[in-house]
Write a protein that binds this ligand. Structure first.
Ligand code: PLP
Ligand code: COI
Length: 409
């Protein structure tokens, strides 16, 4: 099905081919290895306006300022949604993006639920690639530990004072080079079970609405102040099932080696998770379960990790539930061992690793320089540090693109 869908993306391939040609251009002079997850202004952004029932063609502009009415729908009633994805430089020097079509699809769903006009998936992908291409000098070099974060977003722009949808909208995409989302690099995360809910039952938890993130701000600041990296949100109706964190999904591995991830109508369907589950099931032959995960099961899990575009794959070392600690020490590589065994080598799945540069030393041999990170994935006995920043992405340009992972050809 994915393969069929991807065939319709002919223009995307052409655009990607173009991107491919220009990607050898000189990169900006940025200390890639030491940037955090912050905003660095890049040269160009994409802007398209919706008026009188139609989107215009959109343009790339250098203007990073947004001018809207003081009464704009987004300012009064938070009518806004967004997406997040990344562009990478491959070892061969190509620039690739990770499943922009799925982000486009998810944004369509967000728009529908927020009574916003859909920005069609095909236009979305084209705009993403145009924006990346225009900022190619900011796509961090291969092995630098950084990536180019792409932020598409849309908001109601005309004055709205009665509670109703806006009639005019702006869709924009900016890019910014980013480093690791979690401070401390390879250190397994400590997460607390939250007393606050992120999303209501049958609410907006399953879409990428700005309001979901506004809801979580108090709680994330509070978690950090208390020494936790993130909050584990529970199902808001019964508070007995695991949902997700403020910006990533959970993946668990049971003691008998099953990969388990929460199923819920109020969590964001992670594109990273989707790919990981596919890799686990179709390439590693692991048993995969997407099902409600009771909080009571935390004590029985062997491994726990977070996954997401920003979060990549980050191991969770400890979950604290009001004084009760669940520690996952048995296998400190967390998802490393289970999801990335040596098996994948024979399958030739393309995996790229973007790691904290401070953790370059491999227990099983020293790798020097910044251009051989791929070697880490071939370490016979990988350690946690080497896998906490794994990113799996298909090369959209690959003719064998199967929509999940792209085997090297
Ligand atoms: N859950 C939430 C709440 C998120 O904000 C994100 C990030 O986009 C994710 C999960 C992970 O989704 P993805 O892998 O598509 O980035
Ligand atoms: C992403 O991973 O793209 C997100 O939007 C999550 C956010 C916490 C940065």
């Amino acid at each position: 099905r994915d393969a069929q869908e991807s065939r319709g993306l002919g223009d995307v391939y052409k655009r990607q081919a173009k991107t491919r040609r220009i990607c050898y251009m000189e990169k900006k002079n940025i200390d890639w290895a030491n940037i955090g997850f912050g905003y660095i202004k890049t040269d160009k952004r994409f802007v398209s306006n919706y008026k009188e029932g139609a989107w215009d063609d959109g343009v790339l502009t250098e203007d990073d300022k947004v001018v809207i009415s003081e009464c704009a729908g987004v300012l009064q009633y938070a009518q806004t949604c967004f997406e997040g994805l990344k562009a990478y430089t491959t070892e061969q020097g190509k620039i690739v993006t990770f499943r922009p079509d799925l982000n486009g699809e998810r944004m369509e769903n967000s728009c529908k639920k927020l009574m916003m006009p859909v920005f069609p998936k095909e236009k979305f992908v084209d705009a993403v690639l145009k924006t990346v291409e225009a900022n190619a000098a900011y796509v961090p070099p291969y092995g630098s530990g950084a990536t180019l974060y792409i932020r598409p977003y849309m908001f109601g722009s005309n004055p709205v004072i009665g509670v109703k949808p806006a009639t005019e909208y702006q869709f924009r995409i900016f890019t910014t080079p980013v480093g690791p989302y979690f401070k401390g690099g390879a250190k397994p995360l400590t997460i607390r079970v939250s007393d606050v809910d992120r999303a209501a039952p049958h609410g907006t938890g399953d879409i990428k609405a700005g309001l979901n993130y506004a809801m979580s701000l108090f709680n994330i600041v509070d978690a950090h102040e208390h020494g936790y990296d993130e909050n584990m949100y529970l199902d808001p109706a019964t508070r007995t099932y695991v949902e997700e964190t403020g910006g990533a999904n959970f993946i668990f591995v049971t003691k008998d080696g099953k990969v388990v991830t929460p199923k819920s109508g109020s969590i964001l369907p992670s594109i990273t998770r989707r790919s990981l589950l596919t890799v686990a099931k179709d390439y590693f032959g692991l048993e995969v379960e997407e099902r409600p995960v009771a909080k009571a099961e935390l004590k029985d899990m062997a491994e726990c990790g977070l996954c997401g575009t920003a979060a990549v794959i980050s191991p969770v070392g400890k979950i604290v539930d009001h004084g009760t600690e669940f520690i996952y020490p048995k296998n400190p590589s967390v998802l490393g061992y289970t999801l990335l065994p040596e098996k994948y080598r024979s399958r030739r799945i393309q995996l790229y690793q973007y790691r904290d540069n401070k953790h370059r030393q491999c227990k099983y041999g020293k790798h020097n320089g910044s251009h051989n990170h791929i070697k880490y994935s071939f370490c016979p006995k990988p350690r946690a540090a080497f896998y906490q920043d794994v990113v799996i992405f298909p090369d959209l340009f690959c003719p064998h693109f199967i929509g999940k992972v792209c085997p090297l050809s």
